[in-house]
Write a protein that binds this ligand. Sequence first.
Ligand code: HEM
Length: 512
Amino acid sequence: MSSHDTLKHSPAILGGLIVFIWYAVVFVRRKWKQNRFAWENQCMPPYSIPSKSFGLNIILETIAAAKQHKVLELGLNRFDTYGNTFKAQNLTNTIITTREPQNIKTVLSLRFKDYGLGNRIQTFGPLLGHGIFTADGEHWAQSRSMVRSSFSKDRVTHLETFEELMRDLFKLIPTDGSTVDLQDLFFCYTMDSATDFLFGHSTHTLRRYGHDAGDQTSWDFGSAFNYAQDAIAMRGRMGPLKIFYRDRKAHDANRRCQELVEDFVDQALRYRQELDNEACPEKNPTISMPKYLFLYKLAQKTGDRIRIRDELMNVLLAGRDTTASLLSNMFFMLAKTPEVWTKLGVEISMLEGCAPTYDQLRNLTYLKYCMNESLRLHPVVPVNARFAVTDTVLPVGGGKDGQSPVFVPKGTTVRYNLYSMHRREDFYGPDAHVYRPERWEKLRTGWEYLPFNGGPRICVGQQYALTEAAYVTVRLAQQFPILESRDSNSWRENLTFTLCSENGCKVSLQQV
Ligand code: HEM
């Protein structure tokens, strides 16, 4: 039979051929459009890291660094070797990694619509489900407007809860100069304050601190939350291989965390039932809105248990770990630099031992420098990423000198590394690796300092977090003029989505 006859007699072959040609045309057309787009924007390719087996070597290198708590150090070395923007293959995915402020500004703000969170839901989903941290588009806009309404100025300036929790915290700090791990305590403190602020009643984990020890049969929320986040970090590092990741303990930890927020879910559902009641603030303007505004807003929006639970879990992650990490990273460094603690004590002495007001906190300039410097050296969210949802362009990073625009094809991940950007010597000087709050006397920063993100997804809780961290620091400094490190090692990373100290924050606090 001739080939002409084969085609004539086999519709399947003909159909296959048509599909193949159609795909080939679409592919060539897409490539042609992309090349033209790249050419019109004068793009040049960034440096490409040599990879073996489609980038498997890079994944394995990162996992090995994670075991030694050196992922951030590895990232920094890569920038020093390959330049401020480079490209790498991650099995099926292309990743452009950058520490250029202009690129970060473009991704987060100028071309915000060109990017989404990509597969973050696959990595974070088992713990967080669908909420503000994992959602894009309309879902994200709704979540954001609910969360934002909780952060009005009069609520953020309200400091009574911080003071109440300080009383709980003081009870757990030995006054005889023996060693205490502040990191554990800060995590409890922020858990208690975030639940009070967002959900209307505190979990009071500080009051139970130490009493749950020895119960090996059940997770407490903190340990379960920490374990679940370790699993998130691991899935993130595995890239496309995460589909093979199995960890029963992580599964239990996720379930435990979800169970623990169920009480708050019930509470939200009770408010929802009351919405029809005449005694609700919407219907009766003489009744003031409840202080647990976030829970209330959530209840107005939806009666879906899972949605409520996920949203709560998302803001809890945002509110607990971040501020606690800032505090413990900062206290780790303060304990290593007694001259800074003394100087801070002098500034704080103008309060004459009284609990500070919101305005007084804002005027403590050196304290602000200490917090800025901690967030610079140990940014609490040190590495982040966005996913191109359309063909787009970064302003710099291409060509031999790294100054040309870079073409970003749809489907590419752009990872930005704040830890490495905050250590660039061209921005922060030759001592960029040193904790030196004084540098903030002269520094004026733009996008090269970005601990709270920028653009439409900028951190909602920034003011609240800085107020809380400042409050805790002031009260501790007033109570304990002497702070000494009880850890002979230098700071080591404990990196999940957030960054704290692997060895905790072991110090001694004394009252002279
Ligand atoms: C030192 C403390 C904090 C730091 C450094 C910090 C940093 C950040 C960063 C970098 C993001 C962007 C994440 C992303 O888009 O991928 C973010 C988002 C967010 N933060 Fe914070 N945060 C802090 C404290 C808080 C607190 C205390 C709360 C709430 C109680 C909070 C609520 C949020 C929320 C809800 C988002 C999501 C915003 C959105 O996607 O629209 N943060 N934060």
